[in-house]
Design a protein around this ligand. Sequence first.
Ligand code: ATP
Length: 199
Amino acid sequence: MHLKSVTLKGFKSFAQSTTFALEPGVTCIVGPNGSGKSNVVDALAWVMGEQGAKTLRGGKMEDVIFAGTSTRGPLGRAEVQLTIDNGDGALPIDYSEVTISRTLFRTGASEYAINGQTCRLLDVQELLSDSGLGREMHVIIGQGRLDTVLQATAEDRRGFIEEAAGILKHRRRKEKTVRKLEAMETNLTRLSDLAGELR
Ligand code: ATP
């Protein structure tokens, strides 16, 4: 599995549709300060479901939409598409190439899609969760992030290892099931109260 390409359109400084082809091996993006190198990395995190505006170096999520320059007006939406070569079947989906896309409109509406099919954020997270590209984005080490990783508590470090090992997905499912069981317990108590009143 490898990331084949990423396309940004209306995302941060990339008003025009711009595609970066990523060959297997190491890809370097070079450019002057402020030219948008980190914005490409932000786009990768964003399309894979990043929810924290601060992680994306903004104040609110809308800040990822091209805000305009002196020569060009602001845009109404940001779109990022990530194409992954899944020839080795590392992603649990029956396609040799997978395209994940995320769109955010200035109205606040947002959309995810896998191979053109609209889906939920949860579907994107589940698809990526065993691939090392999971929700916590430990594969993306931004400037200054290295210190955070090195100074992590033992518990946080366990979280990194669990994510890499693909355990987090099951932990999340367990938490969801426990919440459902608790709701069911409350319903059963209510039912038994009602049955008691009817006797
Ligand atoms: P450095 O080498 O200094 O780290 P860089 O190449 O990584 O810089 P980025 O931080 O990716 O640069 O890009 C910063 C640029 O992106 C700034 O010029 C900023 O104005 C622009 N930018 C960020 N968000 C938006 C937005 N929503 N609309 C338009 N431009 C934006």
